[in-house]
Design a protein around this ligand. Structure first.
Ligand code: FAD
Length: 461
């Protein structure tokens, strides 16, 4: 099909980064013609069959409702909004830290205008001291717990507000962007369409990172590798971490391992939550959720325990490395994700259905009992075991025999493209932001990044 429409701005991806960018552009310049192209469904039609209770295991839907669709990967997230520049992305490396914080607060105000809560958990120095006494390092932040259900409502209101001012085309997968003409090719219902924009913004998130990296390579845009985080999701009775979570909501603790000096992070804590699967372009990994409503809470808390690796020359495919490890875990579990009791792992035994049932922690995800040591590299596994043992010193019970470890959880961050003020070098008018471009890895920084890019575009006009 030929060129159909021209816009002032074409935004690829309807996650929080793309939404905030569209919001700022249309708020400051109501005359601007802005379109969001989103490969997933409208928010109200995003239904993960596991969350609706239709199935107990991931059936690898063609479009993963957890990762794709309006509101992006954050839509069913627990909605922890971190008001900090200490973690959650790398924006402070490319611009002034105070400005980043200012934008995080601006994005928060927009969310509050659309119904997000105002309550904030404040940092706690006593707990930080306790961690330090055990050579553990707690990252401090002000944090809001939006809650999976309340966050969903806020995003619905934000999107419906935006629909009054801009165009949103869902189930539209962008397959190419012509670097010189900024023509954007997308496929909807098996039909190819082409539109163009004065500016084009890649806000494709982690799910779109492979497409974006390939596009950069094909168009001669240099990329800089990012770290890759590999590990497990830990699930245990909620009482074990209650003394932390009741005071700061989310403990984020770093252990520098004694043998390798690697950083292993405990984060993405979900009190009385559920472990869930994530379908990242055909590979199943794990993650966690928690709900605000009492009746949807479980008896367990869960958190990610991930070990960071930065590859240097000659290897430059960290994302593929993580995907291969996760794919191996899928392979040995018959196409799903694994769960193993910590005690079984330490005893060198596979967890079986029988052993899992004999345990005292009831899994919230129907994963396949197995043996993580068969798919996780030694280095990462050593780091995880050491960190569990150290966390047990500040939260006794963490290293109990029945503590459940789900694998593999990995967070891979896109390689950062060469940019000047988020405009791709050598691709005039084409911008990149958020998780898909390796600048962020959290709702708050991705939201801030959307506003930042919009302001840069507005200031240049
Ligand atoms: C289960 C889960 C829980 C999380 N919990 C939290 C949390 O509590 N707190 C926190 O700070 N962060 C959390 N995160 C991370 C957070 O959701 C992300 O950091 C954030 O959503 C990134 O925003 P983004 O706009 O950059 O990308 P995304 O939100 O990933 O949005 C990108 C969008 O682009 C679309 N897209 C991709 N490729 C194309 C294409 N070719 N054509 C058209 N559209 C395309 C995708 O479908 C997607 O909707 C969680 C993530 C997950 C998956």
């Amino acid at each position: 099909m030929g060129l159909t429409k021209h816009y002032d701005a074409v935004i690829i991806g309807g996650g929080i980064g793309g939404l905030m960018c569209a919001y700022r552009l249309s708020e400051r310049r109501p005359d601007m013609k802005v379109v969001i192209l989103e490969r997933g469904k409208d928010l109200e039609n995003r239904k993960c069959p596991i969350l609706t209770g239709a199935v107990s295991k991931c059936i690898k839907c063609k479009s993963c409702a957890i990762m794709e669709g309006m509101a992006g990967a954050g839509a069913f997230s627990d909605g922890k909004y971190n008001i900090t520049t200490e973690y959650g992305g790398w924006l402070p490396r490319v611009m002034d830290e105070k400005k980043v914080m200012d934008y995080i607060l601006q994005a928060d105000s927009i969310l509050v205008e659309h119904g997000a809560q105002k309550e904030v958990y404040e940092p706690d120095n006593e707990l930080k001291t306790l961690c330090l006494q055990h050579d553990l390092h707690m990252q401090q932040a002000r944090v809001k717990h939006l809650g999976t259900d309340a966050n969903f409502g806020t995003m619905l209101r934000l999107i419906s507000d935006l629909k009054q001012r801009i165009e949103i085309i869902t189930e539209a997968t962008v397959t190419d962007v012509k670097k010189d003409t900024r023509e954007v090719v997308y496929v909807k219902k098996n039909e190819e369409h082409i539109i163009s924009g004065d500016v084009v913004i890649f806000a494709v998130g982690r799910i779109g990172n492979r497409m974006f990296e390939k596009w950069c390579d094909n168009n001669g845009i240099l990329r800089h590798n990012n770290q890759v985080d590999i590990g497990v999701r830990v699930e245990l009775p909620y009482e074990v971490w209650k003394h932390f979570s009741s005071r700061i909501y989310e403990p984020k603790i770093i252990n520098r391992s004694s043998h390798y000096a690697d950083r292993t992070r405990m984060f993405c804590f979900n009190e009385r939550g559920h472990v869930v699967t994530e379908n990242s372009d055909g590979v199943l990994t794990v993650n966690g959720h928690s709900y605000k409503e009492e009746e949807r809470k479980s008896a367990n808390s869960n958190f990610a325990l991930l070990c960071s690796t930065n590859f240097t020359e000659p290897f430059n495919e960290p994302v593929e490395y993580a995907r291969d490890i996760a794919a191996l875990a899928n392979k040995i579990s018959g196409g799903f994700v694994l769960v193993q009791r910590y005690g079984d792992l330490m005893a060198g035994k596979r967890t079986t259905e029988h052993r899992l049932k004999a345990g005292t922690v009831r899994p919230t995800l129907d994963a396949v009992p197995g043996d993580l040591s068969l798919c996780m590299p030694k280095r990462q596994l050593d780091n995880i075991v050491e960190t569990i043992q150290k966390l047990d010193e500040i939260a006794p019970g963490t290293a109990n025999y029945d503590t459940l470890l789900y694998g593999v959880e990995c967070k891979y961050y896109s390689a950062r493209p060469d940019v000047t003020d988020f405009e791709l070098n050598d691709a005039k008018g084409i911008y990149a932001l958020g998780d898909g471009a390796g600048f962020t890895r959290s709702l708050s920084q991705a939201a801030a990044n959307g506003l930042i890019v919009a302001d840069i575009i507005l200031n240049r006009q």
